[in-house]
Design a protein around this ligand. Structure first.
Ligand code: SF4
Length: 492
């Protein structure tokens, strides 16, 4: 059994641990800022970028409105092209389908193209439990798998690892599962890539079954598309006899021409490239060329619940580019593991609670709060998902789901604030009291904050936890209310 997100602590706890890891923060800051800069440069080149974003959002929304029609159209086109279509309600059904097909072909191993959907359903563990090894062939996924680690980024799952750590993993683990890494391996990127290539090649040549996801599925032609940078995907999609693709039902596009928009926005938003080095497109079976058995598993696993949420359904537009992760100040500091899911960062903070439901799991309920609502994620999203809007919407749902339960300290504070702010007289009195308390506290000493500002020291309990992570500004000499009434009196 590989490492799993099951039983992860809530975001505030996990983020606290991540923040204390300075090496992790250095790795993340370096990697995200590099990808951010590359993205910004190639996006700047496209005059019609905003029109492409609007087109992408509109296309996806229209597809989602008529998803039932397009799904049936896709099934018909795939079947006509020689593929076998399976429908999976949830992770268990999808895993069972893949295991059964692999068993039918008498294999004890499959090679895999990088796929968030297969990670979402825990396919590797399901295959392992059935005695079938699943070999990840994407370089970053290979690092995560060999290191018995968890992915922390949609696009770069090993973003939390640096080169020295990767070298150690290769030297320690490769020989356990196949061709060993060269004994004199250094941490030079070319050498690490060469070691991975040699390690994987025998697996590509041997495997009879491959498993992939799909970035897009075109209903009109029954075409699946996978974009990637390394060519490992192309090897999996063409060499084995059997190909099984697990496709989330939100991956649909109505027509071939619709790919035009997304093949421009996806590479620029994800890897900061003008086009993906490898774009593989296939429609069913071509006799004598490539896999001779093609299975497509159309997966729900909570997506129809997201579709039923009129505010949240925009999350199904997501093309998993990860631009929102790379721009997010929270993600950059806490890393992907803090989100406790294969979908981390801003999109994970909305997708996980919607796909799995709010009000039942403290870990999921904490995610909509893992954001400062700065809005940078919306600005970079190539399909204009208003993540802050959905976060606020989900916070409401979390609060509603907890009504009637034993109140938390935060609930009590919010109730007190609500009672105070509901009355002008109470608000005025509390402002005066807060000013008085701040003046008393300021006599206990001030401290310097960034920019040379003088701020209050730590607040006493129970507010100490809050002020431990924030600067508490000095109160002004006179409150706005007091100034307003004085100014009014002076004017008369
Ligand atoms: S939400 Fe938008 S920016 Fe984030 S991964 Fe999805 S498409 Fe990319």
């Amino acid at each position: 059994m590989s490492a799993t997100f099951v039983g992860m602590p809530t975001f505030p706890v996990a983020a606290g641990t991540a923040l204390a890891d300075s090496q992790l923060r250095r790795n993340l800051a370096h990697a995200t800022s590099t990808i951010r800069t590359k993205r910004a440069e190639v996006v700047r080149e496209v005059d019609a970028w905003e029109q492409l974003r609007v087109a992408g959002a509109t296309l996806k929304d229209r597809t989602l409105r008529h998803l039932d029609v397009y799904l049936e159209q896709l099934e018909t086109a795939l079947t006509a092209a020689g593929a076998t279509v399976h429908w999976a309600r949830d992770a268990d059904e999808a895993n069972r389908i893949v295991v059964d097909i692999a068993r039918l072909h008498g294999t004890d191993e499959v090679v895999k193209v990088k796929s968030m959907t297969t990670a979402e359903i825990g396919l590797n563990d399901a295959l392992e439990a059935a005695g079938i090894h699943a070999w990840e062939t994407d370089l970053a996924e290979l690092i995560v798998q060999l290191g018995d680690d968890l992915p922390s980024h949609i696009l770069v799952p090993a973003i939390h690892r640096n080169r020295a750590e990767i070298r150690e993993i290769f030297l320690r683990e490769m020989e356990r599962v196949g061709r060993p890494a060269p004994a004199d391996l250094t941490d030079a990127p070319l050498e690490l890539a060469a070691a991975a290539r040699d390690h994987l090649r025998e697996k590509f040549l041997r495997a009879r079954v491959a498993v992939s996801g799909a970035n897009f599925a075109v209903a009109e032609t029954g075409t699946l598309a996978v974009v990637e940078s390394e060519g490992n995907g192309r090897m999996c999609l063409t060499l084995p006899e059997v190909l099984i693709s697990i496709v989330g039902i939100e991956k649909l596009l109505p027509t071939w021409a619709d790919l035009d928009v997304f093949l421009q926005t996806l590479p620029r938003s994800s890897t900061g490239e003008r086009m993906n080095p490898y774009t593989s497109l296939w429609s069913g079976v071509t006799p004598g060329d490539g896999p001779q058995q093609v299975h497509v598993v159309l997966l729900d696993n909570g997506r129809t619940d997201v579709l039923a949420d009129t505010v949240g359904r925009q999350a199904l537009r997501c093309i998993r580019c990860s631009a929102c992760l790379n721009i997010c100040p929270v993600y950059e500091r806490t890393g992907g593991h803090s989100y406790g899911s294969v979908y981390p960062g801003p999109i994970g903070a909305i997708l996980n609670p919607m796909m799995r439901g709010v009000g039942q799991d403290a870990q999921l309920d904490a995610l909509p709060y893992a954001s400062s609502l700065c809005g940078a994620c919306f600005d970079v999203c190539p399909v204009r998902i208003d993540i802050p809007e959905v976060l606020v919407h989900l916070r409401t749902k979390v609060v509603d789901a907890h009504r009637g339960r034993r109140p938390t300290p935060q609930d009590l504070v919010m109730r007190a604030a609500s009672w105070t702010l509901a009355s002008s007289a109470r608000t005025a009195r509390s402002t005066r009291l807060a000013g008085l308390a701040a003046r008393v506290l300021s006599r206990r000493g001030l401290r310097s904050a960034p920019g040379g500002r003088r701020v209050l020291g730590a607040l006493p309990r129970p507010a100490a936890g809050w002020s431990g992570a924030r600067d508490v500004p000095l109160p002004p000499a006179e409150s706005f209310r007091s100034w307003w009434s004085r100014a009014g009196r002076d004017a008369r």
